[in-house]
Design a protein around this ligand. Structure first.
Ligand SMILES: [Zn+2]
Length: 63
């Protein structure tokens, strides 16, 4: 399992592969793998989110 984040609404889901449509905002959006793979955030299997990836992947300049 991996944690994917919808780049449209920021919702995160814990799935094997991201769906075509986000279950939260019902948009076809880009899903970013924000799973923590490094010990800094708990490592794989911790089901933690890599905050750094999460922050940098979020499109805050959306207009
Ligand atoms: Zn969404």
């Amino acid at each position: 399992m991996a944690i994917f984040k919808c780049n449209s609404c920021g919702n995160t889901i814990d799935v094997v592969s991201p769906p075509d449509v986000c279950p939260a905002c019902h948009q076809k959006c880009e899903f970013v793998d924000v799973t923590c793979y490094i010990p800094d955030c708990g490592g794989p299997g911790s089901k933690n989110i890599n905050e750094q990836v999460y922050q940098t992947s979020y499109k805050t300049d959306k207009k």
